[in-house]
Design a protein around this ligand. Sequence first.
Ligand SMILES: [Zn+2]
Length: 275
Amino acid sequence: MDVIDFHIHYVKKELLNPTWLNYLESINPEFFSKMDEFSEHPELVVAHLKTEGVRYAVVLPECAPATSGYVPTEEVIDYCRGHETLIPFASINPNVHEDIAQRLEEYVKIGGVKGLKLHPSYQFFYPNEARLYPLYQKAQELRIPIVFHIGTSIFKGTRLKYCDPIYLDDVAVDFPDLKMIMAHSGRGFWYEDCFSLSRLHRNLYMDITGLPPQNLLRYFPELEKNSEKVVFGSDWPTMPTSIRANIEAIKDLPLSEKAIEAILYRNAQRILFDI
Ligand SMILES: [Zn+2]
């Protein structure tokens, strides 16, 4: 079965703040010792993903200088270029960038990015603020998805109030054709809210990045019913186990074959390739 990983990070020592670097070193020391090589050579990531059983992976930049770090979209675009496996996304920060809608258009039309990541709790904005609406309008027009970080984080400086999923309700109503994904599915406080919101809005999805797969049915007892709205992500390299181990754990859940295939591949394929 093909797998799409909707959530991996391009990392480089000099671009991450200490809070992320220290955590990465503690959680994945094996990767950390080879980090410089991976940052220089995308073909190593491609080969790694292949051994883990991943066909495509969304590669995320991160413009959050006040918290986790500043990994520019431009570097991610360069890194992914020429590698079909790696799907670059953009990171835009409404407190750093001006002309956010125009910037997105350039990233998509010139840089070839396939989606946008926003980080309310690291970038400090409520998703339903009016100043974000031109950006949403543009994403909807360009038919690209937006991933929102929705959930707790141990990174220093995080302000959780901004990623309460209820603020996405407004956006889902106002932009009915904009596909949005709640990364981490509300980890910590908001599992039920994310589940209900994604059931309610046809354009709102959940990703299970960072959640131990064996606990998924405890967080979401009715996962099977919502399996068309859930996508798989690993958070690699910021993860304690292997991507393959997580994939296998999902395959072992008491879900139908159809649901597992939807979560591991089909839903992401529909979102990314607009089919
Ligand atoms: Zn992540």
